[in-house]
Design a protein around this ligand. Sequence first.
Ligand SMILES: [Zn+2]
Length: 320
Amino acid sequence: MNPIPFIWTNDDIETGLHDKMVDQMAFLDRFGLKGTFFVVPCRAGTKPLTGDPKLVTLLKEAMTQGHDIQQHSTTHVCIENGTADLRMFDLMGDGSKVDYSEKRFLWERIWEVDAIKAQINWGRQIWIECFGKQSTGYRPGCGAFCGNMYKALEQLDFQWASARLVSMTGWMWQANHDDYPVRLEGPVKPFRQGKIIEYPILDDVAFRVPQDQVDRYVELGWQHWQACVKRQAPYILLCHPSGLNFDGGTGYAIHEKLLPRILESNMAIPMTLDEYHNRVVAGKFPLATPEQAYPDSQKLPAWHILSDKQKGNPYRPAQA
Ligand SMILES: [Zn+2]
């Protein structure tokens, strides 16, 4: 077994959260780790990132220290980038399901390429104002995505995305589905969606964990780690400031126990997500094989009139 990339990622730093960012950087320093922070350009209802110069200065300082800072949606309204991962609706509540049902036509309008591109570009422009250049990567909120999001990212010169969710176990336990099994449910290695390389997210094992369950989630994180080592896939861990600070800091308590265990296993190559992307592009780490990366997602099913399997069907359009 070879060592695998260990990538610590964090979502939802935004306007007003300067002090949380300071805490997170100090925490990582204790382990000698560099993080990948997905920062929200303009959370709906709040001032854009340009309105918080103290945070922007800190983020620039973080970059010079080797941390990786990347764009996290534009307004962080889940629906902005496509349907939220359906498994995520359990965490978002029944209201979000009703909303989806009632506003379906409107959402579909929002997901057309012109609309989704303009929305992502809004955040991108704020980003360029803050940092002088766009980010190379992009992560939507809530694991939301659609095919048009990847097309828009491609047109806006992003290189990679990190949107898909590999394991829902941590999330589901935290949504009171205690019987949800420990398993990986999609490709763990990166794959291409058009020209964009997608880096699936493993799990957040420290989202809203009560005090008495810290050890259970440390163990879950450790099981994920072992599964990734076995598959020789990257371990892309996710956390949020609100989760790290939840219930007196249970998220920090979990990472406090999990990180040294991983680092001391001698199987971890710590790096940022952008660094990993550069090494993947350079051929140092493999992409998922076509069989591993949602193998049938691009192929029309046999029952569809446009599928190759329907050649000879007299109802098939001539140009298909
Ligand atoms: Zn987020």
